[in-house]
Design a protein around this ligand. Sequence first.
Ligand code: A2P
Length: 338
Amino acid sequence: TGFNVAVVGATGAVGREMLDILEERDFPVRTLRAMASKRSAGKTVEFRGKEVVIEDLEEASFEGVDFGLFSAGGSVSKKHAPRAVDAGVVVIDNTSAFRMDPDVPLVVPEVNPEAIVDGPGIIANPNCSTIQMVVALKPLHDAAGLERIIVSTYQSASGAGQKGIDELMASVKARVEGTDEPEAQKFAHPLAFEALPHIDVFFDSGFTREELKMVNETRKIMTLPELEVAATCVRVPSVRSHSESVTVDLDGELSVEKARELWEAAPGVKVYDDPANNVYPLARLAEKTDDTWVGRIRQDLDRPQTLHFWVVSDNLRKGAALNAVQIAEELVRRRSET
Ligand code: A2P
């Protein structure tokens, strides 16, 4: 019994997290296949106490695989996800390759589980910054209607994968030790002791691709094509977890007390908000947790229909691997009901 699961990009920051989460949540895995580039082929990863030999994706067959969790980059997904689908696989793709394709569901299970379609095909996992924001926005929308979102992010190095973490560490070490700082590669400038208002490429509008992902993906997931969203995405030297300052204009008035109640009842959300005692969400607190942490909840001083809050979540977990596994769990649940 169980399902045959392939993790594509199994050696990466997100791929390793996928293996951990499948194991932790006791996902019904019959066989686990680990795939990565030729560089890793023949090496092993651990799953349920056993060594799994990594296969070269280029050579690997998807015959018999039920779920393919892809996190090896957009170009890799573009090339290999279609052939996995042809072999009958449900691909849950963590890259941006298919997210805005109108035929591909873009899913956060707490927000739009109804968009999940079973059967061979691609289901896209949204961008990490978008996922935690929509998890927090969903209950507010249901209660009072969203009009406009203004968000500024404080995103961790791990959003750029293991190489991003390594580059941050090397740059911090060099700065602390007073040695030559390595040249920035994953980031536009060295990230140590810095806040970089630049993630991914700039467009003519002045916004970056990361910022537009937050706009377009939020509209698609929430089925609010007209929703006004303005994002400023910033890379900061935290290792894991993205933090976001969110300002939301609502159609109706919503008190802080009511918002807190809504969030306390919302799936996946943890209210952590007692500023007088230095209690508010922090990157290191959210690290390795499954929750979307919400705090610093305030009503705007001038506009009663506007709320401000701070939201933090582990970008490798809810922002990536966990969300993907939850989508697979929803399919397993549906199949067990039929
Ligand atoms: P590999 O370790 O063999 O390079 P991260 O986001 O942490 O950088 O991880 C990227 C993941 O994607 C790794 O598992 C990496 O494998 C994998 N990957 C990168 N390029 C390819 C490729 N061309 N084919 C298959 N897997 C790839």
